[in-house]
Design a protein around this ligand. Structure first.
Ligand SMILES: O=C1O[C@H](COP(=O)(O)O)[C@@H](O)[C@H](O)[C@H]1O
Length: 235
């Protein structure tokens, strides 16, 4: 269990975006200073978009930054549901290397997960940062409650990614997914969460309270990391 879960509260999403973008910029700069390169995983979905708009305006040596999505919906590149497409829109023009993790031609979610995992073996590990979002059902990245939960949580520690079939499907993006594994997430050098709304706050609080026994993926992730975790929240 993370010994230090710290909540950061903001008046609105714009204020949260400025603070989180500032923290991510600092983490990237520190990695560039230490190693000459940075590898970060950024959350998909709608909540972090204002963060990416602010972060993309930061003066950083983007050419040395690799960005992967924390998870991907299995849809073609350019599809409105594609997480990497949102990241590419913001960070490719800056010169960052934005890496799609789902091959266009792989409709089978297990094969897509295996392919993402193979692709990720070539990256520098651990990640310098993993920024996570949380769904109202407690999913984080694409680790969902349901049949694939145990596989996502308990796989071999060298496995970085896997394919999952959410069951039930989330209404806003009802498609199979590829997600970073628990091991890939919890071994990152820094772990942050950014969410908005009272419902998600309640879900996270419930997950933290339930700890290792939680049926909520976010509870299990937080119970499995030793890292200090910053949870950024706006109404
Ligand atoms: O499906 C997903 O959902 C979560 C939360 O998304 P949001 O739109 O409610 O912010 C997200 O973190 C994850 O990356 C995404 O694929």
């Amino acid at each position: 269990m993370s010994e230090e879960v710290e909540w950061w509260e903001y008046d609105d999403a714009a204020e949260m975006a400025a603070a989180v973008a500032g923290d991510i910029g600092f983490i990237i700069e520190s990695a560039l200073d230490a190693r000459g390169a940075a590898v970060i995983a950024l959350a998909g979905g709608k909540t972090p978009v204002p963060i990416y708009e602010t972060l993309a305006a930061a003066k950083l040596d983007w050419k040395r930054v690799t960005i992967i999505p924390s998870d991907e919906r299995i849809v073609p590149l350019g599809d409105p549901l594609s997480n990497v497409t949102v990241l590419a829109k913001h960070f490719l023009p800056k010169g960052a290397r934005v890496m799609p993790i789902v091959p266009n031609a792989l409709p089978d979610y297990k094969a897509a997960g295996g392919s993402a995992d193979a692709l990720m073996q070539d990256l520098h590990w651990p990640l310098d940062l993993c920024l996570l979002g949380v769904g109202a059902d407690g999913h984080t990245a694409s680790i969902f409650p349901g049949p694939d939960l145990d596989e996502a949580l308990a796989g071999p520690k060298e496995r970085r990614a896997l394919g999952v079939m959410p069951d039930p499907m989330p209404a806003d993006a009802p498609v199979p997914r590829v997600t970073l594994s628990l091991a890939a997430i919890t071994t990152a050098r820094a772990l942050m969460i950014a969410v908005t709304g009272k419902d998600k706050r309640k879900v996270i609080e419930a997950g933290i309270k339930q700890g290792k026994a939680s049926a909520l993926p976010i509870g299990r992730v937080l119970a499995s990391t030793e890292l200090p975790v910053d949870i950024h929240w706006a109404p």
